[in-house]
Design a protein around this ligand. Structure first.
Ligand SMILES: Nc1ncnc2c1ncn2[C@@H]1O[C@H](COP(=O)(O)OP(=O)(O)OP(=O)(O)O)[C@@H](O)[C@H]1O
Ligand SMILES: [Mg+2]
Length: 258
């Protein structure tokens, strides 16, 4: 059965797109058939997977998934071999989904199923936008699993409860099969006592909901994002360290997803 994984957190800049993108590369290189769906109107994942060439976008954009009774879905084939349901940078139409009736959250999964395209993939990875709106609920409604990248610095953990409650509501009302694989701590400043204390408190408070693997501040992830490449393809010692941490997260995710 196709595993559909959402990368979710209503906070911006916590690493959703970064971890999603590296997971796409990892699974693609492992020989799996991978589809990425970009539900974030910022279009980060789309531009990274298309090497910044928005002119090359073809096939069905992600906003169409919210149409009722979409007959056909045509993902775009990326150069590296994975497929993509893209969004244009700052797509206003995708932003406007938030003003549609709540029932629109059921359309993407209905369309994916009716189109028959899920059978073509082992993994579908969804990059979610930084809000608790329709698009996130739609993503969770079509997912078998969700992973929540979090940061422990500053106020980045505020609102995590809202995210966990959103996941529970979706499990109760829309998608009982959704499994929360938990929160993965990203961008951890290991030299900062405050960060480490917050991390320890989080692990103590919800031990089953925090990934064992965690990712420190790794500038090479930025470089990997900028170039739209796997961080392990960068030939630098600092990239090797980043790759080791990211791979540990992905491997833990895969273990949970089965
Ligand atoms: N562990 C890390 N170390 C250093 N930089 C990181 C790390 N993780 C992510 N970044 C950088 O932080 C920025 C935000 O990351 P990313 O885009 O993945 O977050 P996001 O949660 O998808 O944000 P948004 O909600 O705006 O889509 C990016 O520039 C990314 O390269
Ligand atoms: Mg993002």
């Amino acid at each position: 059965m196709t595993k559909i994984i959402s990368f979710a957190n209503q906070k911006g800049g916590v690493g959703k797109s970064t971890i999603c993108l590296q997971t796409v590369f990892y699974l693609q290189e492992a020989g799996y058939r991978v589809l990425a769906i970009d539900l974030d109107p910022q279009g980060n994942t789309s531009s990274r997977l298309s090497q910044g060439d928005e002119g090359a976008y073809s096939g069905t954009p992600s906003v169409r998934l919210f149409d009722e009774g979409l007959n056909e879905i045509q993902p775009m084939r990326c150069e590296r071999g994975m497929d993509l349901i893209w969004t244009m940078k700052n797509d206003p139409e995708l932003s406007e989904i938030e003003s549609l009736p709540l029932s629109c959250v059921r359309h993407p999964i209905a369309n994916l199923k009716a189109s028959g395209i899920l059978e073509h993939y082992d993994y579908v990875l969804i990059d979610c936008p930084p809000s608790l709106g329709r698009k996130l609920v739609a993503a969770l409604t079509m997912s078998t699993h969700v992973i929540c990248p979090v940061q422990v610095s500053g106020f980045a953990l505020d609102g995590v409860e809202g995210l966990l409650n959103t996941i529970i509501s979706v499990q109760e009302e829309l998608n009982p099969d959704l499994e929360n694989t938990g929160m993965v701590i990203n961008n951890l400043k290991r030299g900062f006592e405050e960060d480490m204390n917050t991390r320890d408190q989080l692990r103590k408070a919800v031990p089953d909901l925090v990934y064992e693997a965690e990712v420190g501040v790794r500038g090479q992830l930025d470089v990997a994002n900028l170039n739209g490449v796997p961080v392990w393809s960068i030939k630098k010692t600092s990239a090797r360290e980043a790759a080791k941490e990211i791979r540990a997260v992905i491997e833990e995710l895969m273990k949970k997803v089965g």
